[in-house]
Each structure stands twice: as structure tokens, then as C-alpha cells.
Design a protein. Structure first.
Lengths: 85, 201, 250
């Protein structure tokens, strides 16, 4: 892997701010390889924006860009997201 | 405005001439490493650079062939959309004009593609006439993998996400195709002097 | 990522410094009073945001070191020489100063042992901070769950919470600590003196059938080495929770 990489958990504050609830325990299914796992445990990279990657196949699960008043989220790499009560 | 943190300055310079600092930017002497994915480690034996798409035949250079092309030193200011700017950064690279020499195309757009899957899009005219390079050295040393080595695109007049790391080629296209970040909020063009950070700016 | 509370659902709170406690030469614990603090779970973190007088902002995440304690939380910060935020927090902050923080967040990496077995905590450098919160929470709850901390530090002087860890171990309630001192050892040291590797994890940690959960925290390369070592030893990846601090450790 990579010395720059973090866990999805490192974005917990931003994710909570965007989605209004704790997201690190949500279970995502990768659209690339079908592996499922908690969002807190995926691989997080910080580029111009945030890229969350599948720990199994490297597929981009989610991208987040934070603007001044807007936030953009791309979920295409997530086949499903299971939020637990 | 949020409460001021007494005595906090941060690690930035406040002595840079203001006409060199685009709006909303802060000057740093560091070179922050930002990446959307793991650092690729393509061996130079496997590396190539291609010009493809709306061209009359693919152009391709191996590493040795690429390094045999005339290159030049480049000293430029670079501006990252995450608000840091680095002045007088020193590079060495091959002008895109050199790579496009003899290439006949009606294409108006380019998609830069890279190891690891990153892409970014630009108008072709933003890569020509001395505005852009494929850079292979920084600060007098071969470009570090974490900064895009062995070679990256260098387009200093646009925000630095357009200077794609680990570039492997340029695809010339008739239509504009938003790249990795342009698809998700970052401005399609990205002029730092007009502060074109996000969609609609 | 900076900016004002983007969609306003988890706000930045004002946190006032009430106490500053040096731990080691490079680390300091800062106690904050946070009006309205909702409580937190051991292992969670906060995002800290600093704003300079010209509007420049910097944001970093810090693990909460303390167990739940009303409106007060402790952060233990390691001063990185080339850091932008940590030297401000360790060198500049005074009691009475107010900074902004957002949290608590990070439900993925929290003390909540469900399964039977031993909890294995593996911390490198300041990676011990959230693990200490877990040890403190465990002690507060008088939980008897067998818990072992493998703590990698550069030297004995770099061990944070040294006395308290000794005290927690002395309770003989199922908690103990194994140290490895990687750069310098005191005279007469007969413990580990190398970086954590698979052999050490095998000797110190429980066997895979007895692991409830492992929490691994520290610089990214440390976490990488430990997590892959644990997998190599046969531990289930789903039982290994990691908190990487990035290249320099936070």
C-alpha cells in the first residue's frame, strides 16, 4: 500500500457533517469486486479531494469534494451502502 | 468567521509579492504530497508515453526515447486548489509542443491518462505554445514517485490537479470529457487567477 | 478539508483549554472543557480546526485520550518538528484559550468488545492514544475482558502514560502491557528492542481462535506491517481494526 493512505475512519467528521449521521460503521459493497466492509475500514487518499478505495481491489468507492458552500459526492463505485440502525 | 485561534499563524510565507499569488491562495515553501490513490511503481522498462485519439497514427515513446527528446529547464509558480501555492518551483521536462510536432489533428480537447487510472481534461490549446510539459525532474533531481515520477504533466497556468501525476499519455478528442475530479465538483477549466475552483465558479 | 460547517449537521464546538500536562519530551496532554459535549466512546477522535487572523485555516484529527468524563476531554498531542498544527498545540496553547473542534466521531474504531476472547491493542508511538482511552474506559467499567497492549516506542522516555499503565497492570484484572523499545533501551532491559514484526505479534498476541478484536494504531507504515502480520498469523481481517495516522504519525 502507501504511506499516505489513511482509513475511512479518518474522514468520520466530514462524513458525519455531510450525511448527518455516523457513517464509518455503514457497510459498503464494492461495485468492482463485490467485497463488503465498513466505510471506516476502507482506504482513504487525500488528493485535491478525498478518494475512498476498496481495500480488496483498489476501485474508487466514493469521491468527495468540499467546496465553499457545496459538497460533491460520487458513489458510483459503491454498489450498495448498508446503514445500520 | 470562526473564532480566531490566538497566536496561530500556520506554516506559510507572508512575504510573497501579491501579484504572484492568486486569490485565496497561501504561499508555502513545502511541496505537499496529495494523491487520489496509491503511488504506482511502473518500471522504466515498462513505461511508455503515447499520443492517441484523433490522430493519424499513434505516437509512442519508450523511456529512453522520451529522454532523448530535447528538454528544457522550467521555473514556474504552481497553485493547488487546496490553497497552497509554491513560487519559483524548478522542473525539467519536454514541451508538449515537441511531442505534438508533426501531429495532425482537428481535436480541440485532450484527456491526460495515468498509471493508477487518474484522468484530467484540458483544451488542446492550453497544452501548446510553451504552456505545458511532461516533466521528469524537480529541484534538479529525478522526479520522486510521490510527486508523480517518473513523469508527470506540468500545466502551471491551471490549478495543479490538472498537472497529472504518473502521466502515460494524452488522448486527443473532439469533445470535452471531464476527468477524475472534473466529474465531481472541480471546475472544468481551473484558472487560479479567476479562482475557478468548483463547478459554476 | 476546510470550510464552515458545510451542511450544518455536526457543528464545530468551542473548546476551552483548562489544563496542560506534559507527558514526555515530545507529547503533551491538553484537557478541554467543551460545553454541551455529548459524551464519547473510547477510540473516537475529534477534528481540531485552527483559524489565523487572516482567515487561514488548518485542520487535523486527534484521538480522544480520556474515557468519558462529562464535558471534559483530553487530547494527547505529539509535537512534530515540521508540523503545522501540533507545535501550536503543544507550545503555544495556554489555559483559557479556545479552539474549535468537531466530534466525537469514528464509530468504526471504538471499544465495544462483542465477541468472546482477548482484545489485542497494538500501538506505535502516539498511536497509543486511542488505545489508552480504551484501557481507561475498560478500567472505568471494571470490565474484566482480557486485554493486552503491545506498545512500540523509541525509548523508555518516549513511553506516554508510563506510570498509569503500570498502575492499570498492577490491578491484575486481565490487563497488561508488553513494550518494545526500538531505538534505545534502559540498562538492564530484557524486553523487546526491535520494531514489531510477525514473530513478536505471534509471541505477544492471542492465537487467532482467541482474538475478540485487535485495534492497531500509529503511523501508516507501522499499521501496515502489524495488520499484515496479524493476517499472516491467521487472524480474521474483519477482526483487525486499524487507525492509520498518515506518514508522520499525526
Amino acid at each position: 500500500m502507501d504511506a499516505l493512505m489513511l482509513d475511512g475512519n479518518a474522514a468520520a467528521g466530514l462524513l458525519h457533517e455531510i450525511f448527518g449521521s455516523e457513517m464509518t460503521t455503514a457497510v459498503g459493497t464494492c461495485d468492482g469486486c463485490g467485497t463488503a466492509g465498513e466505510v471506516g475500514g476502507v482506504h482513504l487518499y487525500r488528493g485535491a479531494g478525498l478518494a475512498f478505495r476498496c481495500p480488496h481491489c483498489g476501485n474508487v468507492l466514493m469521491k468527495i469534494v468540499v467546496g465553499d458552500e457545496r459538497v460533491w459526492v460520487d458513489f458510483r463505485g459503491l454498489r450498495a451502502l448498508q446503514l445500520n440502525g | 468567521m470562526p473564532p480566531i485561534s490566538r497566536g496561530f499563524r500556520g506554516r506559510r510565507r507572508d512575504d510573497a509579492p501579491s501579484d504572484r499569488v492568486p486569490p485565496g491562495q497561501y504561499v508555502t515553501d513545502d511541496f505537499p504530497v496529495l494523491s487520489a490513490g496509491p503511488t504506482p511503481h511502473t518500471s522504466l522498462d515498462d513505461w511508455d508515453l503515447t499520443i492517441t485519439g484523433e490522430v493519424d497514427g499513434l505516437k509512442r515513446w519508450s523511456w529512453d526515447e522520451f529522454r532523448a527528446l530535447p528538454s528544457e529547464p522550467i521555473t514556474v509558480d504552481i497553485h493547488c486548489v487546496t490553497k497552497w501555492s509554491k513560487l519559483d518551483s524548478e522542473w525539467e521536462g519536454v514541451p508538449i509542443d515537441t511531442l505534438l510536432d508533426g501531429v495532425d489533428t482537428t481535436a480541440e480537447y485532450v484527456v491526460a491518462f495515468c498509471d493508477g487510472g487518474y484522468t484530467t481534461n484540458l483544451p488542446l490549446e492550453d497544452l501548446t505554445e510553451g504552456k505545458a510539459w511532461i516533466a521528469f525532474a524537480f529541484g534538479g533531481e529525478p522526479l520522486d514517485p510521490e510527486h508523480g515520477g517518473p513523469a508527470r504533466l506540468l500545466v502551471p497556468h491551471l490549478y495543479f490537479w490538472k498537472s497529472a501525476k504518473w502521466v502515460r499519455g494524452l488522448r486527443l478528442a473532439a469533445t470535452d470529457e471531464p476527468g477524475f475530479w472534473e466529474q465531481n465538483g472541480y471546475h472544468n477549466y481551473g484558472d487560479p487567477w479567476k479562482e475557478q475552483r468548483y463547478w459554476g465558479d | 478539508m476546510e470550510g464552515t460547517a458545510v451542511l450544518g449537521r455536526l457543528n464545530w464546538r468551542a473548546a476551552k483549554v483548562v489544563e496542560l500536562t506534559p507527558e514526555t519530551s515530545q507529547t503533551k496532554t491538553i484537557t478541554f472543557d467543551v460545553p454541551g459535549w455529548p459524551g464519547h466512546r473510547a477510540g473516537q477522535h475529534v477534528d481540531v480546526r485552527l483559524t489565523a487572523d487572516d482567515g487561514y485555516q488548518a485542520e487535523r484529527s486527534y484521538s480522544i485520550a480520556s474515557a468519558a468524563d462529562g464535558p471534559r476531554i483530553d487530547l494527547t498531542v505529539e509535537r512534530l518538528d515540521d508540523g503545522e498544527v501540533s507545535p501550536y498545540l503543544t507550545d503555544e496553547l495556554r489555559t483559557g484559550d479556545v479552539i474549535e473542534l468537531r466530534g466525537p466521531v469514528g464509530g468504526y474504531f471504538v471499544w465495544n468488545p462483542q465477541a468472546e476472547g482477548t482484545v489485542f491493542l497494538v500501538g506505535g508511538g502516539s498511536g497509543v492514544v486511542p488505545l489508552m482511552a480504551m484501557a481507561r474506559q475498560r478500567a472505568l467499567e471494571r470490565s474484566g475482558i482480557p486485554t493486552r497492549l503491545l506498545y512500540s516506542a523509541r525509548s523508555w522516555d518516549d513511553v506516554i502514560y508510563r506510570d498509569e499503565l503500570a498502575e492499570l497492570t498492577a490491578r491484575r484484572d486481565g490487563f497488561d502491557v508488553v513494550y518494545t523499545l526500538t531505538r534505545a533501551q534502559p540498562a538492564g532491559w530484557d524486553g523487546y528492542s526491535r520494531r514489531v514484526d510477525t514473530d513478536m505479534l505471534g509471541e505477544v498476541g492471542p492465537v487467532s481462535s482467541e482474538l475478540a478484536v485487535a485495534f492497531v494504531c500509529g503511523p501508516t507504515p507501522f499499521v501496515e506491517a502489524v495488520a499484515s502480520g496479524l493476517v499472516e498469523l491467521g487472524h480474521e481481517p474483519a477482526r483487525i481494526k486499524t487507525e492509520r495516522f498518515g506518514p508522520t504519525g499525526g
